[in-house]
Design a binder for this molecule. Sequence first.
Ligand code: 6GU
Length: 226
Amino acid sequence: MKIDIVSIFPGYFDVLELSLLGKAAKSKLVDVTVHDLRDATTDVHKSVDDTPYGGGAGMVMSPEPWGTMLDGVLQEDSWLVVPSPAGQLFSQSLAVEFSQAPHLVFACGRYEGIDQRVVEHYRTTHRVVEVSVGDYVLNGGEVAALAMMEATVRLLPGFMGNPESLVEESHEKGLLEYPSFTKPRTWRGLDVPEVLLSGNHDAIRTWREEQSLERTRQVRPDLLED
Ligand code: 6GU
């Protein structure tokens, strides 16, 4: 899979070298390129933003540098992902969809966002998704893009040593994951649940399903609604 990222803070993505994603890049599973939006500006100050029409606080990113940059980066089969607190909520199912895309382009805005005509324009030629990573406010799309990339790339065939661990984990079945334990059997007076030592695989599976359901009921009852 090919991923391009456009940002005014390309240094944010240096962490990709250290993380799991670095492994994926080395093994040629993904090919990530980071672009500095300021390279698409034409004025001496390399300005990328301006005051909002209609007034109000903050600055809005100008459409011109975005248009110049995205015209160069987008291919016919690219999906344009625009991180935005006003987007649809990112989810495991969207990560699965992203992992099946041939080319993802993340357009990371700062300030009060990007002039909305950029999304409107590219919607006429490409699949464009405005995505939020949760109901809280970040300063820009960079951290959100990193989270979405990590969730996506680990789903690529060949990324996981053991693909079974993908099936069992939180959210893959719409429930939270059951609790996990390892040695020692007793730690600070706390014992590992007896059933996990029983060797009875049916009993273990049933216990884990119950724990998953109970955790979800306690912490995320909204996930049980449908
Ligand atoms: Cl994608 N961007 C920003 N700026 N804030 C957010 C977000 C994205 N998702 C949640 N909050």
